[in-house]
Design a protein around this ligand. Structure first.
Ligand code: SF4
Length: 357
């Protein structure tokens, strides 16, 4: 077998769930089960990608692993750091496709925004990623590979580590449901990456069939990209997502299995002069007022002029954002304004477009 052929047939250990790794150790390597525990620890807790550095494995096993397996980490092509400390990494996948992940400082730790697809098919009108179209889904190894690379980058820079994850980067996570579920399952495995799935938020435009499966899995509570209080306006802003009528989407979310303190989050991007008036706030209260939910308001981030000299929307006025929040709160809807981070490096919500900016 040539070197190239032997590389192609190697198993990428980062792309195996815990049970798949056990099966590989038992059936392929013909080793006892505790070897899977050791490997899992090296892969996810220690972030080691060189079998030679796995000191509690025998010399023979390390040699066998080097023959049969590999640990692929996405390559870091470019790093950009914002004035506010947000870090954007442009990562290269095995086939040369590129995606972005963002590390957002949150006090004593970081929140990492993960991509789940190369590009996105949903074409939301306010989102730079939507302009790229969809190239392909990412694998679990690629999705969680962003975390091991992100953590290694922070550690090498002497910065605190990642504590929360948001599946909110490039792509629609529920359009890549199988790999999303495998990723969430791996997050929840003991002795693994040590970020509990309750610290992971799955952001979605809302796809009822997939939401039903996610709910049944018990692995995450979604944050729904609502962005409009009426079907008519949603069709204009998010034409593909709005194929699912609002009443059907909200009905499906009303049935989402929630634990006692959990609520569905609705994300609402405020577009200046489009959906940010008190009339819209009243419509939103009518829609969500009786529901078990909270609302995150996000001011629109126009792409940098170097990328788009004539952006489709403008940022909302700060006074309008505050008035919108106050109205929702006055109607007893739990509401937060999400601070936009990393705008100067095009790392904020809706700006990810392969280092444009
Ligand atoms: S907002 Fe999300 S779903 Fe819509 S185009 Fe952008 S990445 Fe895709």
């Amino acid at each position: 077998m040539t070197d190239a052929a032997s590389t192609l047939s190697k198993v990428d250990l980062l792309n195996l769930t815990r049970s798949e790794l056990e099966a590989f150790v038992l059936e392929d390597l013909r080793q006892p089960r505790f070897r899977a525990d050791q490997l899992w620890h090296w892969l996810w807790q220690r972030g080691v990608r060189d079998f030679a550095a796995m000191t509690n494995l025998s010399k023979d096993l390390k040699a066998r692993l080097a023959q049969r397996a590999e640990i692929f980490w996405p390559g870091v092509d470019v790093v950009r750091t914002s004035r506010d400390g947000t870090i954007k990494l442009l990562l290269r996948l095995r086939d040369g496709e590129r995606i972005e992940t963002v590390l957002i400082p949150m006090g004593q730790h970081y929140t990492q925004c993960l991509s789940t697809q190369v590009g996105c098919a949903m074409a939301c009108t306010f989102c730079s990623t939507g302009e790229l179209g969809l190239t392909r889904n990412m694998t679990m190894g690629e999705i969680l590979g962003q975390v091991v690379v992100g953590r290694a980058h922070l550690a090498a820079s002497g910065l605190p580590t990642v504590r929360n994850l948001v599946f909110m980067g490039m792509g629609e996570p529920l359009m890549n449901l199988a790999e999303l579920l495998r990723s969430l399952e791996t997050l929840g495995s003991a002795e693994g990456i040590s970020i509990a799935s309750r610290r992971a938020t799955v952001s979605s435009v809302g796809i009822p069939q997939a939401l039903k499966i996610l709910g049944d899995s018990g692995l995450a509570v979604p944050a729904i990209s609502l962005h409009a209080p009426t079907q008519e306006l949603r069709e204009k802003l998010m034409p593909k997502a709005a194929h699912v009528p609002l009443d059907e989407l909200l009905g499906c979310l009303d049935r989402y299995p929630l634990k006692s303190r959990e609520r569905v989050t609705y994300e609402y991007i405020l577009l200046g002069g489009v959906n940010d008036s008190i009339v819209h706030a009243k419509q939103l209260v009518k829609l969500l007022g009786q529901r078990r939910c909270k609302v995150n308001l996000i001011g629109y981030n126009p792409p940098p002029p170097s990328v788009c000299p004539d952006p489709p929307y403008r940022a909302p006025e700060q006074a309008d954002v505050l008035a919108f929040e106050e109205y929702l709160r006055s109607k007893r809807i739990t509401t937060f304004i999400r601070r936009s981070m990393g705008q100067d490096i095009a790392a904020a919500c809706g700006q990810l477009k392969l280092l444009a900016g």
